[in-house]
Structures are given as structure tokens and as C-alpha cells.
Design a binder for this molecule. Structure first.
Ligand SMILES: [Ca+2]
Length: 165
């Protein structure tokens, strides 16, 4: 009986030591230092695939005729997509490529550097280049490009920015 008690005490002691040891040996998670984004102002045409944007209530879909074979479906009235692109200051012509289903399902809001336009397709059932809008970028740096739903069932393919001066 005494031997058994001693063994229990010894086992518990070993268990405690092992427990502490294994606690000390826990690997510490690596410290991740965020790297600040490198801003490289860009000259010339820039093509932004909407499927690479940060999406909100929107889905990437395969779409025949779309750049990269993919586009983003705005299926809800609150769908949105946004990105930021480094640009040199200047004047840009901005063209959105999209596909609408019909005249009630073909409109979207495009905002570049805070300038918003309601754009729509004039042909349906295929990818269409909307009317080009002109945007002035006041200084070098990242420029926000935001798409917001105006009507539903609209596919957004790409945004092309062409520097004109
Ligand atoms: Ca695309």
C-alpha cells in the first residue's frame, strides 16, 4: 500500500515536470512584420481585371469573350468591387468592359479617383466597351477604382486606364 502511494506521488511529479517542460517547448508563433506596399507610379495603359478586385457580394464567373475568360457578376443591388492602382499624375481615359443582360440589367457605377459615373452597355449578351470617361489624377500615388451595382445581373470584365497627358 505504501509502495503504491509512493508510485502515485512519483508519477504525478513526473507528469507535472513533463507538463511544464512541454509548455516551455511550445513553439512561439513567428512575428510577422507587414511590408508596406511599394508604390510604383505607372505610365501608359493599365488594364485592371475586375476578377482581381476586392469583391463584396459579387462572384467571379467564367464568361466567354471576357478578358482572361473571367468576369465578376453583380447579382445583388449591393454588389461592389474595389482596388487601388498606382498612377502618375495626369489625365486618363477610363474604359469599362462589361456585359449586361438587357436594358434593365446593364448599368453600374464606376468611380475613379473619387469621380463617379453611371455607365451602361448599349449592346447586350456580349462584352461591351462602355463610353470612355476622362479622369484627372492630381498627384502620383495609389488611385481607388470602385464599381458599385446600379442594376443586377451585370458582368464586369476589366477597366482600362489610358494616360493621355
Ligand atoms: Ca476579366
Amino acid at each position: 500500500m505504501r509502495t503504491l502511494r509512493v508510485w502515485v506521488v512519483v508519477c504525478v511529479a513526473i507528469g507535472l515536470v513533463a507538463g511544464c517542460k512541454s509548455g516551455d517547448m511550445m513553439p512561439t508563433p513567428p512575428v510577422v512584420t507587414p511590408t508596406p506596399p511599394v508604390v510604383t507610379p505607372t505610365v501608359g495603359d493599365v488594364t485592371l481585371e475586375v476578377e482581381a478586385f476586392k469583391l463584396d457580394e459579387a462572384e467571379v464567373k467564367d464568361l466567354a469573350g471576357a478578358s482572361g475568360g473571367k468576369a465578376v457578376l453583380f447579382g445583388s443591388e449591393t454588389s461592389g468591387a474595389e482596388t487601388a492602382v498606382p498612377l502618375t499624375k495626369g489625365t486618363y481615359q477610363v474604359t469599362l468592359y462589361m456585359q449586361g443582360a438587357d436594358e434593365d440589367r446593364d448599368a453600374v457605377y464606376l468611380s475613379v479617383a473619387g469621380i463617379e459615373n453611371r455607365l451602361f452597355a448599349q449592346e447586350w449578351g456580349k462584352v461591351f466597351a462602355c463610353e470612355t470617361v476622362t479622369v484627372v489624377v492630381a498627384k502620383d500615388g495609389p488611385v481607388k477604382v470602385v464599381l458599385l451595382a446600379a442594376e443586377t445581373d451585370v458582368y464586369l470584365d476589366k477597366v482600362v486606364l489610358k494616360r493621355v497627358k
